[in-house]
Design a protein around this ligand. Structure first.
Ligand code: OAD
Length: 266
């Protein structure tokens, strides 16, 4: 009688045909969403009871009109989120993506995340489609604002905090993120579309695939025949069209992808 193989929760099976495709790929895009930072303790937006948009109102916090109506509430909420990121660390998913970059001649990491955990894991040239918490700027004249060093101590959910004043025009400084109703940064979005239109493989990792225009990137890749690999423990609207659906946490699946690729190339 053979001994049963012990369950190894950290080993995720990667299909052979995906490994072969990756081993031959030259141009690769990794497109990430909030789920890639979930294992670092950063809340996603739409996960059950824990998602930010379940607990807080996007209407009151994530539009230009909301900032005009209540700048102190909006600034304090984003400062709470910025403190959470400063207290967090990159997880194995961020680290695996940084290692994946080393394997391809042409590689782009396109993220919807406003944290800097990809950069802190070693990724370079990250494209942030939805801005960055660290890139605050004047609401009126767009002049950049440098946050002071240190981690603000802010209660759960934020608190009213007067935004800093712009050193150039004395306007209110706003968080460095893209809000609902605002355009994506144009050069970043054009780069993302170009890469999606030309890549051999696109990974869509930890995103609900609900927020457009960013959610169109995997569809653009599929339209020209690229392989699209989705990494997500839960189903999304992309499940029906993705070439591969790897249903698991990114911090488990992506290290397994890197290990399989390294083994194939050895
Ligand atoms: P969502 O919160 O909409 O989706 C997060 C996804 O991550 C879900 O599909 C989860 O199942 C998945 N997930 C959770 N834990 C995971 C893990 N450990 N590994 C892999 N996946 C996991 O977040 P986004 O799709 O990023 O916009 O949201 C898109 C945009 O909506 C955000 O950028 C934000 C928000 O409003 C702006 O801030 C402008």
């Amino acid at each position: 009688m053979s001994t049963p193989t012990p369950f190894q929760p950290d080993v995720f099976p990667i299909p052979d045909n995906l490994v072969q495709t990756l081993a031959q790929a030259e141009k690769v895009v990794v497109f990430t969403g909030a789920g890639v930072s979930a294992e670092s303790g950063i809340s996603t937006f739409r996960d059950g009871n824990t998602g930010l948009w379940t607990r807080y109102s996007a209407h009151d916090l994530a539009t230009p009109a909301a900032f005009k109506a209540n700048p102190s509430m909006v600034w304090g909420w984003y400062e709470w989120r910025r403190a959470g990121v400063l207290n967090a660390h990159p997880n194995p998913a961020h680290q695996a993506i940084a290692r994946l970059q080393e394997h391809f001649r042409d590689f782009a990491l396109i993220t919807q995340n406003v944290d800097d955990l990809h950069e802190r894991a070693g990724s370079i040239g990250v494209t942030h489609l939805h801005g960055r918490l660290e890139r605050a700027r004047c609401f009126a004249c767009l002049h950049p604002f440098q946050h002071p060093d240190g981690i603000p101590d802010i209660p759960e959910g934020g608190c009213e905090m007067q935004p800093p004043r712009c050193s150039r025009c004395d306007g209110n400084v706003r968080p460095g993120v893209v809000w609902f109703g605002e355009a994506l940064p144009q050069p970043d979005w054009e780069h993302a579309m170009d890469m999606a239109d030309q890549c051999d493989v696109l990974f869509s990792v930890g995103t609900s695939s609900l927020v457009y225009p960013a959610a169109a990137l995997p569809q653009r890749a599929l339209a020209h025949g690229a392989t699209v690999v989705q990494v997500n423990p839960l189903p999304t609207p992309l499940d029906g069209t993705a070439t591969f659906n790897l249903h698991g946490p990114a911090g488990v699946v992506l290290p397994a992808v890197v290990a399989a690729l390294q083994a194939a190339r050895a």
